[in-house]
Design a protein around this ligand. Structure first.
Ligand code: ADP
Ligand code: ZN
Length: 731
């Protein structure tokens, strides 16, 4: 790009907007000119929209009809490397640029003037009457010197009601002022001492620190069993990054995790970092977006979309639990945050640390081939040891119909209860029962809009479709035949398991952790803290519990159905099961007491189950890698999914067939196309879904070929086409 950095007034500039147009639009630079990368407001038809000055105007439009940029927004211009990142990410995921820009501007009101809020500090006046409460307010203000607080902060700190503060304002003893909302984040102090590291940890931290100081791109896979101190180690890297004056980003897979994590960061660096996820308020989002752009936020902890924040000088990206499937965005722009983190770091000369106890096969293979560095932590911290893992052969167990806890597992739970330790029972299925069947007519209740069964959620007294989210009250009569009281649950869900556990152990305190039982991340956090403090005996959970929580009293994990993930046609089924079982097992024995994990299975001789039991991670990866290499599938080959959908099933298939027939662009690179075939979930929200799968060798220009292949397609009616590069799920 040889475009100039600055455009004088009336010079032609190309503006990229978030509107779904396939090109930039030309405008005249505003009064005073503008920088390339400036965020601007431009007229578009009768509307005003926000965009970015992308470069010199194209000049292919009648100059007399070109309008002027309305104004330049008061935010940091988009940096060159951000523009390059968005462009490359768009090319990689075959996403139109306007959608990429939308991802990069997910903060409402960027164009608004900074809004104001009331803050309170010590005033000149004297209160006429002094009460205890008033005294506390004034003492608090004196204690914190010249600091100003919001009404709520001040009232909370002083332990008074807001009206006490307001009363003091009237007397002039407390001053009320307007202050802009978008204030810098509190500074973090990297010099505060961290935990004293073990030799292993100190070595790993030193490697990461040295890498950072090189100020060049590189990715390190930080591998270590759960509890080995990966977080302690990468926080050292964060500290080094802060010392260098660069910004750091920590990506976490689940909102539920951030609360625990933020407290930990605060303890380490003396202040809370910026937080970025769907639970953050709109005003706060805008503040963080702006502060990150100005370099006034040193550390961001967030979900995958934090990757698109306008960092001023990003030096380090941590992707914690890098194997987690929630890093893959499955809606809208289909990107994998782990891969995009590597791309972004490569462009801005940052380091990436991928942390996991059970890395994805992709990252494992990249470390094997030398593309990534690898640092390993082998021991758990302190006395904690990895739990022993054993299979319970369900073929030899006697269970009553409608129960899932085998006598062997039940006995093990009883032992823990007797020792005042905790047991966890894990099943990766939400709701009460996956199927509701009518005993009179044999029909299962399905969703009206999807090819999916309705799942009973007894807690909510509703049926719910896990595909489209549609719910309805639990019917009293069969919707097909009208028979009364004949509907029966089939199979276990987490709620039903909780019921069974409560009946089996009436004296135990049973707690259920499932994402849909909690209204908010806060409620979930409270529950997790209560469990950690020992206020539960048996924890029943879905995969929510598999992730990073610390339960020191937990010494037994029972996996109700270890075979569940092995079914299905997913390329990564074995990998997922392996990771999930390892993670779940890792919950047991985190503190001084050793743990045990028991896996209920009907196929104890299955290679994946055997690898899990043997704790033979390397063996598992080798076998899995060999199988995928032979099949030419990722990470040893490339894949892309094409999902077509529409309300008219014939039209959808016609389009699929047309694509499959006209595959010249793909054949040029030696790629093969499979399908069209109905997607495993063939109907969602009333739309029929058809998939094509493209397979290519590693190293070919797949995106190019795909773009040429689909370019001639004109989508009729309500037909939709989306491309999923490196698909993670095959639904
Ligand atoms: P991981 O991220 O690998 O699961 P963590 O960093 O969360 O491991 O460590 C597990 C637990 O052990 C945490 O409570 C952590 O504070 C503690 N821990 C780890 N290393 C140390 C250390 N060197 N000194 C004190 N506590 C430590
Ligand atoms: Zn549905």
């Amino acid at each position: 790009m040889s475009d100039p950095e600055f455009y004088d007034q009336d010079a032609l500039v190309a503006v990229l907007t978030t509107q779904p147009l396939d090109r930039t639009l030309d405008y005249k630079a505003p009064e005073g000119g503008c920088l390339r990368g400036a965020f601007v407001e431009v007229p578009l038809g009768p509307r005003k929209v926000i965009g970015v000055v992308w470069g010199a105007g194209r000049g292919d439009f009648d100059r007399s009809r070109i309008r002027s940029v309305i104004r330049v927004l008061d935010v940091a211009p988009m940096r060159r490397e951000m523009a390059r990142f968005l462009t490359r990410a768009a090319e990689y995921t075959l996403t139109p640029m306007p959608s990429m820009l939308r991802l990069a501007t997910r903060a409402p009101g960027l164009g608004d003037p900074p809004s104001m809020r009331k803050v309170y500090r010590l005033g000149q006046g004297e209160p006429d009457r002094m009460t205890d409460a008033r005294q506390r307010v004034l003492a608090t203000l004196r204690e914190y010197g010249g600091l100003a607080f919001t009404l709520k902060e001040l009232a909370d700190l002083a332990g008074v009601t807001p009206s006490v503060v307001k009363g003091l304002v009237q007397k002039g003893a407390v001053a009320e002022e307007d202050s802009p909302r978008d204030t810098p984040l509190p500074p973090l102090d990297p010099e505060r001492p961290g935990k004293e590291l073990t030799e292993d940890q100190a070595k790993a931290a030193a490697i990461l620190r040295d890498a950072l100081r090189s100020r060049t791109y590189g990715t390190t896979l930080l591998r270590g069993v759960t509890g080995s101190g990966k977080t302690e180690v990468y926080l050292e890297a964060v500290a080094e990054c802060l010392r260098m004056g660069r910004q750091a980003l920590v990506l976490l897979p689940e909102i539920a995790l951030t609360a625990e994590f933020l407290t930990r960061v605060e303890a380490r660096f003396g202040a809370r970092p910026a937080e970025w996820h769907s639970g953050v308020t709109m005003t706060e989002r805008r503040r963080i977006w702006k502060m990150v752009g100005q370099g006034n936020a040193q550390l961001v902890v967030g979900a995958r979309s934090a990757l698109f924040l306008p960092f001023r000088d990003l030096g380090l990206i941590i992707v914690d639990e890098e194997h987690d499937t929630s890093y893959k965005q499955e809606d809208g722009v289909l990107y994998n945050a782990r891969d995009m983190a590597v791309l972004r770091a490569a462009i801005c000369g940052a380091r990436v640390v991928l942390a996991s106890a059970t890395p994805s096969l992709e990252s494992w293979a990249n470390a094997q081939s030398g593309k990534y560095d690898m640092v390993e932590l082998n021991a758990r911290f302190g006395a904690a040891v990895l739990p022993a893992m054993r299979a319970i052969d369900m073929r030899a167990e006697k269970l009553k119909a409608g129960t899932w806890i085998s006598p062997t597992l039940g006995g093990a739970v009883r032992d823990r209860l007797a020792r005042n330790e905790q047991a966890m029972l894990f099943i990766n299925r939400r709701g009460y029962a996956p199927v509701t069947l009518c005993r009179a007519c044999g029909q299962q209740i399905g969703c009206d809009h999807c090819d999916a069964r309705m799942v009973e959620h007894r807690f909510l007294k509703r049926l719910m479709c896990h595909q489209c989210g549609d719910t309805r009250p639990m019917p009293a009569v069969c919707p097909s035949c009208g028979a009364e009281d004949r509907l029966a649950p089939v199979g276990p869900g987490v709620e039903r398991l909780a019921e069974e556990a409560a009946a089996m152990f009436p004296e135990a305190r049973v707690v259920t952790l499932s994402s849909d039982l909690f209204g908010s991340a806060r409620a979930l956090k409270t529950e997790i803290e209560r469990i950690a403090a020992g206020e539960a005996d048996i924890i029943i959970g879905t995969q929510l519990v598999a992730k990073g929580h610390n339960f020191p009293l937990l010494t037994l994990v029972g996996v109700i159905d270890a075979d569940l993930g092995l079914q299905g046609s997913d390329l990564r089924a074995a990998e997922r099961t392996f990771q999930l079982m390892r993670q779940v097992a890792g919950r047991a024995g985190r503190a001084e007491r050793p743990g045990v994990a028991l896996l209920q299975t009907f196929q104890p001789e299955h290679p994946v189950i055997r690898a899990i039991l043997a704790g033979d991670e390397t063996g598992f990866w080798r076998a899995e890698a060999a199988e995928r290499e032979a099949a030419g599938v990722p990470p040893y080959g490339r894949m892309a999914g094409i999902i077509l959908s529409g309300t008219d099933v014939a039209q959808v298939f016609d389009l699929g067939n047309a694509l499959a027939r006209n595959d010249g662009a793909l054949r040029q690179i030696g790629a093969q196309v499979f399908g069209p075939a109905p997607a495993p979930i063939a109907r969602v929200r009333g739309r029929h879904r058809v998939r094509l799968l493209v397979k290519a060798a590693k190293g070919v220009a797949l995106q190019d070929a795909l773009a040429r292949w689909i370019a001639p397609i004109r989508l009729k009616g309500d037909l939709r086409l989306s491309v999923d590069i490196d698909p993670q799920s095959f639904l």
